[in-house]
Design a protein around this ligand. Structure first.
Ligand code: GRF
Length: 197
């Protein structure tokens, strides 16, 4: 059976695009059942629609406005995804942290991509943090990782793949980010290939 992916995004979706391209070219033997965004204006939703993939928008704000808990949001997202029976839930630039109420539905089946090496620079500003650490003389390279999400820790969990990314003396944060994103696109697709083989 061809593995089914649910891909969660919050923004540009360039990693989603890499997966879409890999599926379209036959490099990755998988079916993308749905792309979910927590942001309505995420460009990744446009990428998915162009590729004919079903999209869903699942916003947190209405839950907050109704005085509901984050766990209610997470439970509903899990139910939404369950409609598509994904083998793997891929967090490709998804900017929410999950509670157990979501995680318990997909044990060992949630994959996250993070633009730093294991144990370094968790959180939303990993590239800026690495760039600053480089200029303080603390590191001479950074990297990326793909890992499973077993619990509520941020950007931690069993590592599936890593790759170092050099930082060059004339890098700006933008040139470093571009090099990191290019590496992410390749590593995420390659890791999904390994996992779905
Ligand atoms: C990537 O750097 C990913 O590692 C991080 O968010 C970024 C998403 O980029 N978690 P994009 O939306 O795939 O272009």
């Amino acid at each position: 059976m061809i593995p089914t992916l649910a891909i969660l995004i919050s923004g540009n979706g360039s990693n989603l695009q890499a997966i879409l391209d890999a599926v379209a070219s036959g490099q990755l033997d998988a079916r993308i059942a749905v792309v979910v965004s927590n942001r309505k204006d995420a460009f990744g939703l446009v990428r998915a629609e162009r590729a004919g993939i079903p999209t869903r928008y699942h916003a947190l704000k209405p839950y907050r406005d109704r005085g509901q808990e984050r766990t209610d949001y997470d439970a509903d997202l899990a139910a939404l995804l369950a409609e598509y029976a994904p083998d793997w839930v891929v967090l490709a630039g998804w900017m929410h942290i999950f509670s157990h109420e979501f995680l318990r539905h997909f044990p060992n089946r949630i994959v996250n991509l993070h633009p730093a090496l294991p144990g370094q620079f968790p959180g939303a500003h990993a590239i800026a943090d690495a760039f600053a650490a480089y200029h303080r003389g603390e590191i001479d390279h950074t990297g990326i990782m793909v890992h499973l999400v077993p619990d509520e820790r941020v950007d931690e969990g069993p590592v599936l793949a890593t790759q170092t990314v050099p930082i060059l003396t004339d890098d700006t944060e933008e040139t470093l980010a571009a090099r990191i994103h290019a590496a992410e696109h390749a590593l995420l697709v390659e890791t999904l290939r390994e996992m779905t083989r």
